[in-house]
Ligand binder design. Sequence first.
Ligand code: ATR
Length: 265
Amino acid sequence: MTDRYAVFGHPIAHSKSPQIHAAFARQTGQDMSYEAILAPLDGFAGSVADFIAAGGRGANVTVPFKEEAFRLADRLSARARRAGAVNTLTFDGDILGDNTDGAGLVADLTRNLHFPLVGKRILLIGAGGAARGVVEPLLEQQPAGLVIANRTVSRAQELAGLFGRDVSACGFDGIEPPFDVVINATAASLAGELPPLPPEIFTATTLAYDMMYGRDTPFLGFARTYGACTADGLGMLVEQAAEAFCGWRGVRPDTAPVIASLRAT
Ligand code: ATR
């Protein structure tokens, strides 16, 4: 019988995950289906229970259910526990929660963009769920430093505090440049807004990375104006999916052709 997988979100119609996992399944010869499920805002747990009852084997979870998925899981991977959020569920008698977002970001930066993070100065902008999910995986790459800057400074301090001396926090006016990598993990791009960042954070060798994908964001435009190289979050999206797929199916898909075909559409 074909194994069923899905992505849960609200909204979900725009999700590229079904296309990505279908490509992975074709490429690796896996007998599986993958659908998008719009869960009601107050009905995530019920939707997941229905899917499990219907034979679902695993699921991805996207906005706004990642924290709820964290609470729903019976067991958590170490990285999901540290992220405080879950984007990947495996149904195998009980519910295992994992978080592949940080690994996806690191894979995109280091493997696809050929940008090793060892010894680099990293600026992470934002202190919400998206930022929290990537701090630990970034630190594992042994950068020279990681600074979290956020509009609401107290949230940056709170997040940095979870990781001890390795991470410092500030507001946008307290950033001390320059940086090798600047990662935008705020929701500003979604609203077409630009966080008020000092342009001195960018140099000609800085990589400015926006976790959002699918359109050029004000953040990337700003970074380019000040000479930085830029990348959007499409590679991270495909890499986090590959990490989830590998956990479910035990085979690692080749991400490069999938990223290339999504870029072409
Ligand atoms: P997510 O799970 O997407 O991270 P979140 O937890 O609501 O969502 O966090 C949103 C992040 O984007 C926060 O860091 C928020 O800053 P505040 O903590 O000050 O609210 C940031 N953000 C949202 N809109 C922004 C904007 N226009 N400019 C700068 N930062 C913004």
